[in-house]
Design a protein around this ligand. Structure first.
Ligand SMILES: *Cc1c(COP(=O)(O)O)cnc(C)c1O
Length: 441
């Protein structure tokens, strides 16, 4: 293989047409039949297909209750409401995540306090949570970020001791294991996106899972009026049956739940192949300076789930200080699409600092707070350093060793020739990444 970088006129590391290796979700006649069946039954707005999907999802996830939603955003808002978040209450969440891990809390009159992430897992740092708990803290939102399980044991210990609920945001990581347990079964409630493009992709949809009846019924009461009836057991909820307490309508479109039933059946098998392909990619890069796998240690009992928006960790200090911006430019020239950064830290956006959304006459972030809990840029240094320390990697859906080797070679070749790139390194711009990184095809 040539060592001359493509940026310097050498041959590209990636030469072969990738075919369907990146296509997701995998759609077959079985999906088409299921969706058309809903259409022909004019059953788009019913609940029977969704109820069947919920039963199957509950069995797969291993929780007693599952509730389908129109979006992951809605399911997470309902999880917050389920945990009792109300006016003036606080949730703790990482700032390095998609906005729907926390932003809906404003609609409940609550607010968010951000905690740092661990620089290797990119998930909530257990050591940075406890000092941020106040009498107003109702829940900790654990995001299994980009497929990597959060370190749940210490987080659950803190939460139990301090009487705070734990919400798992599983949008990126369906099927991941944390020390042998499936993520989504460890906290008090899990909620997640099932949007096209996510690991478990069924259209526009979300789902909430819990073993706690009160959380389930509160979550249901927010936007499922058609199911908020005589079956409800929580006494105080029974006083208001029939209309949605949140004033929302959140049921899942049945073309999504029909597709979900098909996708779920194949999910474990397809994920096993993704797991094999992605681990092979990282095994090929083991020992290469500057690049590190974002995955749990082997033999830890923890695994990635689905590898949604897979990223790699960047260590510029091993490459003479080469910026991740220049690094990615060189990898792209090798024929492998990548970009620097990940989600932009949420606390850098005006919505978390100055914006008055509802006319409270003060920033919504502190509209109901008795202290100024805002976290201006500079206040979360570990999180703020992360965008310059990660980059996107290919998300392989099939184990095809020859093709995977070409993409790994793109990263290896650039890392091993990093010193040649230093002269023209423009450095990183002030911000890297975006508010979302999923590109709709
Ligand atoms: C996509 C996503 C959501 C929101 O899900 P939607 O289905 O898009 O509403 C929530 N949290 C995370 C971490 C996500 O990536």
């Amino acid at each position: 293989m040539s060592q001359v970088l493509a940026l310097a006129g050498g041959p590209k590391a990636v030469q072969t047409d990738p075919g369907d290796i990146f296509d997701w979700p995998i759609v077959t006649q079985e999906d088409r039949d299921a969706v058309l069946d809903v259409l022909e039954r004019r059953a788009m707005s019913g609940t029977e297909t969704t109820a069947a999907f919920e039963r199957e999802f509950a069995a797969w996830q291993g929780t007693q209750y599952c509730l389908g939603f129109s979006t992951g955003t809605a399911s997470l808002q309902a999880a917050m409401y389920g945990c009792g978040v109300g006016v003036g209450d606080e949730i703790i969440c990482p700032s390095l995540t998609y906005w729907a891990s926390c932003l809906q809390v404003y609609t409940l009159g609550g607010t968010v306090v951000f905690a740092e992430v661990d620089p290797d897992s990119l998930c909530l740092a257990p050591g940075d949570i406890e000092a941020r708990i106040t009498p107003r803290t109702k829940a900790i939102v654990c995001v299994h970020y980009m497929g990597h399980p959060c370190d749940m044991d210490p987080i659950m210990e803190i939460a139990r001791r301090r009487g705070v609920k734990v919400i798992e945001d599983v949008s990126h990581a369906q099927g991941a294991l944390y020390r042998g347990r499936k993520v989504g079964t460890i906290g008090d409630v899990a909620a997640m996106s099932l949007m096209s493009g996510k690991s478990l992709a069924i259209g526009e949809a979300g789902i909430l899972c819990t073993n706690n009846l009160e959380i389930y019924e509160r979550a249901l009461s927010l936007g499922h009026y058609e199911r908020f009836g005589d079956d409800i057991q929580t006494p105080y909820l029974r006083e208001s049956l029939g209309l949605p307490l949140g004033g929302y309508k959140y049921r899942m479109h049945q073309m999504s739940s029909a597709m979900g039933r098909v996708q779920l059946k194949h999910y474990d098998g397809r994920c096993a192949e993704i797991q094999r392909a992605m681990n092979h990619f990282w095994d090929l890069l083991e020992g290469v300076p500057g690049v590190r796998a974002h995955r749990p240690a082997k033999e830890s009992g923890s695994t990635m789930g689905g590898w949604y928006a897979a990223h790699g960790l960047y260590r510029p200090e091993e490459l003479g200080g080469l910026s991740v911006t220049r690094f990615c430019e060189a990898v792209r020239a090798e024929g492998c699409s990548t970009s620097p950064g990940a989600n932009m830290p949420l606390h850098s956006h005006p919505l978390f600092n100055t914006t008055d959304i509802y006319g409270h006459g003060r920033p919504t972030r502190i509209a109901h707070s008795d202290r100024d809990l805002r976290q201006p840029p500079g206040s979360l240094p570990v999180t703020e350093a992360m965008p310059a320390r990660c980059y996107g990697i290919p998300w392989f859906k099939h184990f095809r060793a020859d093709i995977i080797a070409e993409y790994a070679e793109a990263f290896r070749k650039v890392a091993l020739n990093a010193e040649r790139l230093l002269a023209d390194d423009p450095g990183n711009p002030p911000t890297l990444g975006g508010w979302h990184f999923f590109r709709h095809r």
